[in-house]
Design a protein around this ligand. Structure first.
Ligand code: SF4
Length: 116
């Protein structure tokens, strides 16, 4: 009888981590030229995409986005290190992997780490 094979959870998580690392490099390469400002490119590290923290309605600055990201020291950029998952049940992308510039989204909410 044909059936689906379930992955051991630890194996699945390891695969997920590898996927995130791999896709981060791809996303950075694909989106970097579009997203980075001249200033942002200067401070960029390999595999990190800098997006202006004042950007609205995109995943990189959204409260519901599950990705490796942090705010720059000056607070002007979000440093994105991976693709992420949408955790907003009101979004059509809920549960899907999205890139930092996915949007615009009406159900976007500002990531509280950015501040006001
Ligand atoms: S898809 Fe929309 S709601 Fe989901 S994380 Fe991205 S901006 Fe936020």
């Amino acid at each position: 009888m044909a059936g689906k094979t379930k992955l051991n959870p630890s194996v699945a998580q390891t695969g997920r981590r590898k996927f995130i690392t791999t896709t981060a490099v791809l996303a950075g390469a694909a989106l970097g030229g579009v997203a980075m400002t001249a200033t942002a490119q200067k401070g960029a590290q390999k595999g990190v995409l800098l997006i202006a923290s004042e950007s609205e309605n995109i995943c990189a600055t959204c409260q519901f986005w599950g990705a490796k990201r942090r705010i720059s020291r000056d607070g002007k950029h979000v440093a994105v290190k991976s693709l992420g998952w949408c955790n907003n049940r009101k979004s059509p992308n809920f549960g899907n992997i999205t890139g930092p510039q996915t949007g615009p989204m009406k159900v976007w909410e500002k990531w509280e780490a950015i501040g006001s």
